[in-house]
Design a protein around this ligand. Sequence first.
Ligand code: SF4
Length: 454
Amino acid sequence: MPELPTNWRNLDPVPEDRQPHIPENWTPSQSFLRIMDKCDRAAYLRLRFGDAGSHELNRGAIAHMVFERLERMIAAPTPENEKPDWLVSAQERHEQAAIQVPPEIGREVLYEVMRENPELQVCAEERDALRYMVDHFCRGMTFADPIIGIETTLTLEINGFRVLIRPDLLEEPDSRTLRIRDHKTAWPPDAEEFRRQAFDANDNPRWAGNYQLNMAAVVAAFGVADDGAPLGNYQRYELVLDFPRVLYPDGIAERTVVVDRLQVHSFRDDLELQLDRLRDVCLAERKWQPTPGSHCRNECPASDACPLPPILRPESQLADLDSLADLEQLAANVNFMGERGTALKKRLKSAALRLEEENPGVLDLGNGDRGVRIGRDLAFVFIPKEGEEIKDKAKLLEAGEAAEHGVPFIRSDHVRATEGIEFAKRKTALPPRAVELEPEQRWENPPNREEKYD
Ligand code: SF4
């Protein structure tokens, strides 16, 4: 059997000069660890290049700021009250349960947050989504249980790292139960699908339902709050994802998993395993293995810099096609990618022509064609195109009618020759290159592009 050119399943270490900058006393964030849980290389790319924003991410950031402000109005209705949130009287708790922020106030807070954070750009569609999510939040959320933390920072020293989380909301339904809420601005997963994901056949929870809540339960159980004290000795953790996109008569959509302390110990073992890999393999050996999957599509911070050739990760577009929502998501992606593909092809064509002007002959494919290689026998090729166009249709018709009555028809008076260049994908026999580009050179950024991002 021929030897594989590269062992894609166990790639070499990232070269020394491409190491991300890791500050002293680095605290791996929850979002970094969540990405790393799917793909070590994606985590490396995030460290190296940071994370570009998107309308969806900005929508989430804005919504969380708005929800936080609204929750603070509810949890601390008297600003002069400086007691810790959980030392509220029964009367205050009763009042808290009855409070709902009027939707008009929610809307004002939304616009206040958008004005204060102009860098968080959201398009009209996302602004609309934000408007109705804030409206649903105001009309559908009630807080009957003591709120013990809003965006509280919790930290945990573990395996030589200090990890931190900021759960959206911490509530204490009773002294043995901690409820951890995470507000989501995406659409909720189908209830049955979520049940399948998070529970076994006997309806016992297998895990928290998502990485974020798994980790939140671990840090809440074994870590400390800002004041250095643990949150409490809870036996049960109620992990709630709520989805203000959907408002039912009895409140906004929620997906809840309740886990006991024993299960949280298993989640802690998972986190330790991951942090061991981060320390001993990723950081010590500089090995950040790419592992493709559906996360390549919308979670990778810089998929263009992935060392795996796209051909080895296209099926990630087709992963998890189990529900109508997955199909609709993929249909939207296909449409979006089609439009982006057309725009990218235009850019490729003009960049190729520019490069050729600077380096004559650079587009010579070695078989008589000019173009850009796609693979071994496929290329975008420049094909000269000759044609004709009518100068004036009305005059042409007139001349045609006149010709029927014997007036001579002079073709060149009505039609002009055109010339153009088509840039088309063609299957074509390409001679091997003198020197093949190494995958790292091909897919990692060339030096001048790196400078732009570093
Ligand atoms: S494209 Fe996929 S495999 Fe490559 S780094 Fe990103 S997430 Fe990992």
